[in-house]
Design a protein around this ligand. Structure first.
Ligand SMILES: Cc1cc2nc3c(=O)[nH]c(=O)nc-3n(C[C@H](O)[C@H](O)[C@H](O)COP(=O)(O)OP(=O)(O)OC[C@H]3O[C@@H](n4cnc5c(N)ncnc54)[C@H](O)[C@@H]3O)c2cc1C
Length: 502
């Protein structure tokens, strides 16, 4: 569905009166005034990042020496720092351009709740995800193992029930597959699809490697599996006889949710990985916190407080005979600083690495050009007397059928309080259009009011009158949110040098 179809005339008329803040006329006379909705677009660091393209920087006046310079303080940079520290190294720096560390795993807080700004959960890690288990044990989230050797997690971090619901045909149902109103054939195909994914989940090759592992480098290299990367998820569904429009919507939702791409643009290998890379039954659960993965980020920042340096915009990383020099610009002092290190770990998206790493700037290998990034918008809404709606009760994740958005996650779902008068809802809106640059321009040109109207029009399909309950909407536009796992991207020739030979 095109995003413009989201807004119906009725929505606009309803909202025009609500958002105007004036008194509303109903059939019986004057009714209460709609309270104003406050908010803004926050986190505009991309403007700082644009300096990399647009301007030169003054030569460094100051030099710092360290053993390892980690460039980028997102979850990749912070977890690299955590691993360095665990390995006994004390002398390293993590350089970050934003005032806050965490990148797409950042979080925020208001008087109602903490909330995520993008990443909000970690699926129960499978046994091969050894680094994730190590990190979770270090953070006290993984408490030990039961008699069968299965990990035991802090129960406050295991997503409380109910986990997911879907709004369809005017009511909420449990789970994301659209069961309400489904035909017998829809259900038959969905069941067959689930069986196929379960088979992929159990599949191993002759060397004992899983067909779909996390990290993906541990996955099987069997040719029939890697060939799945040469067709789209949409073509794979068709090839396998999965023609049900509801099953297609379900697969498309999964691709938009996990990658910010449509089913047509997603590699079938990646699309299947979404389902088959996770556990099954009791192991198909997620770890989450009110602030989402900001919980992990904050814990890592506490551990690494001696090693964090920012805000600093790194503009050059150059290898020399005796190590690496990392030049960064300090937006506060408006001066540059040089960090001399034995090694540097560049933990920024590839489109930025191409600009700052001197060797990539000189001659970028082909793989650096294969990365395309989908833009996203994430909003945190403060909702007073949050509505529940008909049918199934409020879940952690609340999805609206046939919407361009992905619905909302209730930040306070993990709270132990029974009654909450106000809640924060995190609303997710990917922009999966094939032309990512055009989608980015659209995303960045929208005003706060445009986003507010779009969000409220979408949510009012499931919660009519929601505008009257929303008190605040803060919006973050992530111009380059996620790498698109397009056809050929995962196992194609271009990325061969980039891939670890495990
Ligand atoms: C909407 C959304 C929802 C998501 N949900 C989930 C989820 O539920 N679970 C999950 O596991 N994953 C999720 N993800 C994916 C996850 O957020 C990312 O995979 C992860 O955060 C990427 O981390 P990173 O450190 O590689 O990159 P980033 O988060 O992009 O971090 C890179 C960091 O480098 C900094 N930087 C960039 N250039 C420079 C420079 N020149 N100098 C200094 N610093 C620089 C940036 O400011 C940033 O902080 C989601 C992503 C999005 C967008």
């Amino acid at each position: 569905m095109g995003e413009d179809q989201l807004l119906t005339r009725r929505d606009f008329l309803g909202m025009a009166s609500l958002l105007g803040g004036g008194a509303l006329l109903s059939g019986c006379g004057l009714v209460a005034q709609a309270p104003p909705i406050t908010g803004s677009i926050i986190g505009q660091a991309h403007r700082l990042g644009h300096r990399l393209v647009q301007e030169g920087f003054p030569p460094p006046k100051k030099t710092l020496d360290t053993t390892v310079a980690v460039v980028g303080g997102g979850i990749a940079g912070l977890s690299a720092g955590w691993k360095l520290k665990r390995s006994g190294l004390k002398d390293f720096l993590v350089l970050e351009l934003e005032a806050e560390f965490g990148g797409n795993s950042r979080s925020g807080e208001n008087k109602v709740s903490r909330y995520p700004w993008a990443a909000h959960y970690i699926p129960f890690p499978r046994p091969e995800s050894t680094a994730v288990h190590e990190l979770l044990r270090d953070l006290g989230v993984e408490k030990g193992a039961d008699e069968a050797g299965k990990p035991v997690y802090d129960e406050r971090a295991v997503c409380f029930a109910p986990q997911e619901r879907l709004f369809i045909h005017g009511r909420w149902q449990e789970g994301i597959f659209p069961k309400l109103g489904a035909t017998g054939e829809d259900v038959r195909q969905w069941t067959a699809f689930e069986h196929r994914m379960a088979a992929f989940r159990r599949m191993t090759d002759k060397d004992g490697r899983k067909a779909f592992a996390i990290p993906m480098a541990l996955s099987s290299r069997r040719s029939d599996l890697l060939e799945l990367d040469t067709l789209s998820m949409s073509d794979w569904l068709k090839r396998e006889g999965f023609t049900s429009p509801r099953l297609r919507w379900y697969a498309d939702y999964a691709c938009r949710d996990d990658f910010g791409t449509t089913v047509e643009d997603t590699s079938a290998w990646a699309g299947i990985h979404y389902f088959a890379g996770r556990g099954a039954g009791d192991d198909d659960q997620v770890l989450t916190w009110p602030e989402g993965n900001g919980f992990v980020t904050s814990a890592l920042c506490r551990t690494l407080k001696e090693n964090l340096a920012g805000p600093l915009l790194v503009f050059d990383v150059a290898e020399g005979p005796s190590g690496v020099t990392v030049d960064a610009w300090d937006p506060k002092s408006r001066e540059s600083v040089r960090v001399r290190a034995k090694a540097a770990l560049v933990c920024v998206p590839v489109f930025l690495a191409r600009r700052i790493v001197a060797s990539l700037r000189r001659q970028a290998p082909a793989w650096t050009g294969t990365f395309s990034y989908a833009p996203w918008m994430v909003a945190n809404l403060t909702v007073e007397d949050p509505p529940v709606g008909k049918g199934f009760p409020t879940a952690w994740d609340n999805v609206i059928f046939n919407s361009a958005g992905l619905g909302y996650v209730v930040a306070g779902h993990q709270s132990l309080e029974q009654q909450r008068n106000s809640e924060v809802w995190t609303y997710y809106y990917p922009m999966p259009q094939t032309d990512a640059a055009k989608a980015r321009t659209t995303a960045l040109s929208r005003s706060w009011g445009d986003w507010r109207d779009l969000i409220l029009a979408d949510l009012s399909r499931a919660h009519p009158g929601i505008s009257r309950q929303v008190r605040g909407i803060d919006v973050m536009v992530l111009g380059h949110a996620m790498v698109k796992p397009r056809v050929g991207m995962m196992w194609g020739q271009d990325r061969l040098p980039f891939r670890p030979s495990v």
